[in-house]
Design a protein around this ligand. Structure first.
Ligand code: AMP
Ligand code: ZN
Length: 468
């Protein structure tokens, strides 16, 4: 089965044709570690995790690389404001390396709670400055840079197709461009590759370079690190849609100016998590972290399940009500799986029904057709509800699907419910009624228990109580 994915470059769903048959190389822009990653950022990492898991299900050997931005990302993606790490140093009165370590650790801890697999290679910008200097030197040699006000700039006029990813109409944009804050730029869309004369004092992070002591721009890190680990041309590059017009546009420009050939074959972008119809973002304030979700008593995987409910190319609206709705669906799934575990014998037995291949095929087809996770979830529910399949078979298929869904189904088990006293009393009375073979009273008590929000099931002389 072939895998078809939307390519932002062509604006079409295309068959994935890896550079090396059987292998997929993929680079995802990672966090800027000056603050917590909010749940919007985490939505993008969940989408990328599902993509990598899907490619592995399809049989590809995947190399997944992610960077950690610990220098060079200014407050605005377009070279305005201070380095975000400086903002954090002032806010927290700590060294930049300590801040980076602190937020990196929290990020990976949140990823673990959400079952986002750690990429095969995680690389820090501060540990790859030499590679960035070498890449800037190549771009310079190819005549696409200039030095102004002490900084090295990328000259976008030297590329025929600058802005091809975002389909920017540069001439039109130039006509309406506002007066650029950085007077050193020849063109408002030029961007910094290397800062020597920082506009700001206290730039703690500095390196020697052919252009003087300074620090790299943000975009160059992704080009340098992806090429180091995946080669000068690779298969897939991902990020959130906000990266299309500036960050990824500039990554393409500088990479292709250096190598003079095509860089990335397939671009994929995840849509936003929105709050009151606006992108959740740190700059707007009011953003939520996974910790807030945990503090409210939700299982972190409820948030993963919530994200799986929407296609990655559709906006997802955040609200506590929406998360509560997802929590109910998640609970129902858990209860179904736990009940099947109780029914199913330990070893897989029984004849294999043709429906197994159909469900398996449906599940794969949904994912291999541009990651349609909501459709794949519908197949999971259909499988679980198919009484023609043995409980063991249904369970095994669910575990197979969970390799991509990543909800940790194998670990789900019955947890003893702390029942309210009122419910406990009714359950006790019902037990007595059953032992006295008073079925009418037993049914009446079941109704009372249900009114209090619990279901009761009879199993081998005992009663199983679950929250409805
Ligand atoms: P940053 O740390 O700001 O570089 O962002 C990390 C990742 O999160 C990037 O891929 C962004 O495109 C993505 N992102 C930022 N805001 C949102 C949002 N509200 N919803 C989904 N993804 C986002
Ligand atoms: Zn990047």
């Amino acid at each position: 089965m072939t895998v078809r994915l939307f390519n932002t470059l062509s604006r079409q769903v295309e068959e994935l044709k890896p550079l090396v048959p059987g292998k997929v190389s993929i680079y995802c822009c990672g966090p800027t570690v000056y603050d917590y990653q909010h749940i919007g950022n985490l939505r993008t990492y969940i989408f990328e995790d599902v993509l990598v898991r899907t490619l592995r299900l399809a049989g590809y050997q995947v190399t997944h690389v992610m960077n950690i931005t610990d220098v060079g990302h200014l407050v605005s993606d377009a070279d305005e404001g201070e380095d975000k790490m400086l903002v954090a140093m002032r806010r927290e009165g700590k060294k930049s390396a300590d801040i980076a370590q602190f937020y990196t650790d929290i990020f990976f801890n949140h990823c673990q709670l959400l079952h986002i697999k750690r990429p095969d290679i995680v690389c820090k910008a501060t540990e790859h400055v030499q590679e960035m200097i070498e890449l800037i030197t190549r771009i310079e040699r190819n005549g696409c840079t200039y030095i102004s006000g002490g900084n090295v700039y990328f000259d976008i006029s030297k590329l025929k197709d600058y802005g091809k990813l975002a389909r920017l109409d540069i001439e039109k944009l130039m006509a309406g461009a506002r007066i650029e804050v950085d007077q050193n730029k020849r063109n408002p869309y030029d961007f910094v590759l290397w800062f020597t004369k920082s506009k700001f004092e206290n730039q703690e992070l500095q390196w020697d370079s052919p252009w003087g002591r300074g620090y790299p721009g943000w975009h160059i890190e992704c080009s340098a690190m992806s090429m180091k680990y995946l080669g000068e041309e690779f298969d897939i590059h991902c990020g959130g849609i906000d990266h299309i017009p500036v960050h990824h546009t500039n990554e393409i420009a500088q990479s292709e100016a250096a190598t003079r050939k095509n860089w990335v074959r397939h671009w994929m972008h995840g849509e936003f998590l929105v709050q009151n119809k606006e992108k959740m973002s740190k700059s707007k304030g009011g953003f939520l972290t996974l910790d807030t979700i945990l503090e409210k008593g939700f299982d972190p995987l409820t948030y993963r399940f919530f994200c799986l409910s929407a296609h990655y190319k559709a906006q997802l609206s955040w609200s506590w009500e929406a998360l509560t709705g997802a929590a109910q669906g998640f609970e129902r799934l858990k209860n179904t799986i736990i009940a099947l575990k109780a029914e199913a014998p330990q070893a897989a037995t029984g004849p294999t029904a043709p429906r197994i291949e159909e469900y398996r095929g449906e599940f794969k087809q949904a994912l291999f057709n541009d990651l349609n996770v909501p459709k794949a979830l519908a197949t999971l529910w259909a499988t679980l509800g198919d009484k023609q399949l043995s409980p063991r078979t249904r369970l095994d298929l669910a575990f197979e699907f969970d390799q991509v869904l990543g909800l940790g189904m194998q670990d789900w088990k019955e947890v003893a419910l702390a029942l309210p006293t009122e419910v406990q009393t009714l359950v006790g009375q019902r037990q007595a009624a059953r032992e006295a073979r008073n079925w009418g009273e037993s049914d009446r008590l079941r109704g009372e228990i249900e009114k209090l929000g619990y279901s009761v099931e009879d199993a081998k002389g005992t009663q199983k109580v679950r929250k409805l």
